[in-house]
Design a binder for this molecule. Structure first.
Ligand code: HEC
Ligand code: HEC
Ligand code: HEC
Ligand code: HEC
Ligand code: HEC
Ligand code: HEC
Ligand code: HEC
Ligand code: HEC
Ligand code: HEC
Ligand code: HEC
Length: 317
């Protein structure tokens, strides 16, 4: 029974992949000699079986990845598998037995290891031959590209370590924390959106591949990013609080805070950054009005994000 199911599955995959072929049909040929001059004159072996005798370990792990499965069914127009990323291997095959890797990484194969000395852009250019569209549309203008972060900083393609998207770590946030440790710290603070709990992730708000928006946000502005989940804050309201319309980050740190509700500052201090005298000539009276000085302002100005009450001009109802 199991076998029959597997067979049906095998036959189904090529059909599923037709869509994929269309995308891959556009794959450009990489200029391999520009990436590694030692590959000059090398040709494609186009037979992954040839690699098995020496790299079986890696291949076992690799075979569980999407690339291995897709390429097996001809998902790569060039008709190769390993060589789609490691370049034409004929010379490597010949020299493999006496292979000596020079410190400069002049081995006759494309290696992504640091000692091979490829630039971040060279590495990414190989992946981009097949993946430059869709989510990666703005890769070249993104700050990661500009900061020498390459595809393999977040993805590890030789083994399936994550449920989806061949992540270098078990999940998205762990991959980001490698370099953005401050954000990890913030997410551990008392008030945070449930990133730690796995209910949302960095890429709910950011496109780490690059985007046309500031801070590589997915949406056109910080506020549009927030409205995706907090639609009730979008308004419009009869009485707007101008500063809310401008940017939610004026008062909230989306990555986490030690104040309640992800606020940038505590209680009245949040408001008095902008409202001298707390908005009241006799400010002290209003502060004192509440035993909990800290929460004072929003006790009366409850509709801090905007009010729809006819007489809610002061955001108090
Ligand atoms: C006769 C054995 C042999 C065969 C066959 C062989 N290789 Fe290798 N390969 C080696 C050796 C030895 C090294 C050097 C290992 C090292 O540097 O640690 C190597 C290194 C590599 C590297 C670089 C790894 C690194 O250190 O970064 C890649 C990629 C690679 N081979 C891919 C392939 C592919 C693809 C094929 C099949 C087309 C293949 N090899 C066939 C022996 C072989
Ligand atoms: C989709 C691109 C891609 C394909 C296809 C691919 N590799 Fe790799 N391979 C990589 C990358 C990227 C690395 C570097 C991983 C790292 O260390 O971050 C790598 C690493 C390796 C290494 C060295 C491992 C190490 O880091 O020490 C070997 C050996 C290797 N690949 C062999 C193969 C063989 C054999 C195949 C085909 C069965 C294959 N690769 C298919 C991209 C690819
Ligand atoms: C020859 C074309 C080709 C190259 C080169 C290539 N890929 Fe892919 N990649 C594919 C195809 C085809 C798929 C499957 C498409 C799909 O599921 O939409 C895929 C899928 C993926 C996925 C999703 C995997 C999953 O499990 O959902 C990731 C991540 C990925 N590739 C990253 C990379 C990285 C990183 C590199 C460079 C080291 C690379 N690819 C190089 C063709 C390629
Ligand atoms: C800063 C981290 C980071 C870098 C760098 C990065 N990615 Fe991704 N990638 C992600 C995240 C996050 C996802 C979404 C994962 C998810 O939703 O499971 C993703 C998903 C993908 C996917 C699968 C989904 C899709 O869009 O088809 C592919 C393919 C992919 N990346 C390719 C690449 C390529 C190619 C590069 C280099 C040009 C690259 N990535 C660089 C973080 C990164
Ligand atoms: C290999 C290191 C590395 C990894 C991994 C990484 N980043 Fe970055 N990221 C950087 C660098 C370097 C910058 C440039 C600015 C800086 O120095 O902080 C940056 C900048 C950013 C920015 C600011 C963009 C801007 O326009 O100001 C965002 C947002 C960001 N990263 C999100 C992410 C997310 C989300 C992930 C995980 C999916 C991630 N990063 C993974 C290194 C990394
Ligand atoms: C709920 C949405 C949201 C989530 C989730 C989120 N961010 Fe952000 N992030 C933002 C917004 C909005 C900004 C811009 C803040 C501003 O305008 O000052 C930003 C800015 C950044 C910046 C650049 C400015 C800075 O503070 O350094 C980095 C880097 C960054 N985020 C990384 C991450 C990482 C890593 C994660 C996952 C742990 C993450 N973000 C999760 C919304 C989010
Ligand atoms: C992908 C969905 C999503 C996005 C986008 C999002 N949030 Fe949230 N937010 C949540 C969830 C889920 C909670 C937790 C709600 C709960 O526990 O009831 C939350 C909670 C909050 C809280 C309350 C925290 C507390 O401790 O009471 C604030 C404030 C908040 N978000 C602000 C923002 C801001 C500002 C943005 C835009 C930068 C944003 N959110 C974007 C999903 C999102
Ligand atoms: C003027 C400062 C300020 C700005 C700007 C602001 N908020 Fe708030 N927000 C607050 C305060 C103060 C609280 C806590 C209210 C309380 O304790 O009753 C809060 C609470 C929240 C909460 C949790 C409680 C609730 O009402 O659901 C969410 C979610 C939230 N804000 C989202 C947003 C979003 C989304 C934006 C941008 C559209 C935004 N805030 C802009 C001050 C602000
Ligand atoms: C980053 C600056 C900023 C912060 C922080 C801020 N506000 Fe405002 N607030 C404004 C601006 C700008 C206006 C619009 C003033 C105008 O239209 O004259 C405004 C308007 C108001 C109004 C209506 C005033 C009127 O004259 O109609 C009230 C009430 C108010 N804010 C209360 C608060 C409270 C309470 C807090 C703290 C939870 C707060 N604000 C935090 C900038 C801010
Ligand atoms: C006891 C309830 C109460 C408290 C506490 C309170 N307010 Fe008010 N606030 C009001 C009322 C009612 C009005 C409108 C009548 C008025 O102008 O006195 C108002 C008006 C305002 C205005 C508009 C002033 C103007 O010129 O129209 C601002 C700004 C303001 N408050 C900010 C704050 C800030 C900041 C705090 C905290 C430090 C605060 N309020 C605490 C009740 C309160």
């Amino acid at each position: 029974m199991r076998k029959i199911c597997l067979k049906a599955y095998d036959a189904f995959i090529p059909i599923l992949l037709i869509g994929v072929f269309i995308g891959i049909g556009e794959a450009k040929e990489v200029d391999w000699t520009a990436i590694n001059p030692a590959l000059s004159g090398a040709t494609s072996v186009k037979d992954r079986g040839e690699c098995e005798s020496c790299h079986e370990d890696y291949m076992k792990a690799y075979d569980k990845t999407k690339h291995a499965r897709v390429f097996k069914y001809g998902g790569n127009k060039q008709g190769n598998d390993c060589e789609a990323c490691h370049g034409p291997a004929s010379k490597h095959m010949k020299e493999a037995e006496k292979l000596q890797r020079t410190p400069g990484g002049a081995a006759t194969i494309v290696s992504f290891k640091d000692k091979a000395g490829l630039s971040a852009n060279q590495k990414s250019s190989i992946c981009l031959t097949c993946h430059e569209k869709g989510e990666r549309m703005y890769w070249k203008s993104g700050l990661h590209q500009a900061s020498n972060v390459s595809c393999d900083s977040c993805h590890y393609v030789m083994e399936r370590k994550s449920d989806k998207s061949l992540f270098a770590n078990e999940d998205v946030k762990t991959a980001c924390y490698q370099c953005h440790a401050d954000k990890k710290g913030k997410n551990l603070r008392a008030s945070h959106m449930p990133v730690k709990e796995g209910k949302l992730d960095c890429n709910n708000c950011h496109n780490p591949h690059g985007s046309p928006n500031q801070k590589m946000l997915k949406a056109a502005s910080a506020n549009d990013t927030c409205y995706a989940c907090h639609a009730e804050k979008r308004g419009p309201f009869i009485w707007e609080h101008a500063v809310v319309r401008e940017n939610c980050s004026n008062c909230h740190d989306p990555h986490g805070s030690n104040n309640t509700a992800l606020l940038n500052a505590k209680g009245a201090a949040l408001c008095t950054r902008c409202h001298q005298y707390g908005g009241h000539v006799n400010g002290l009276r209003y502060y004192k009005n509440n035993a909990t000085y800290g929460q004072g302002c929003v006790n009366c100005h409850t509709k801090i994000h905007g009010s729809n009450h006819p007489s809610g001009a002061k955001l108090q109802r």
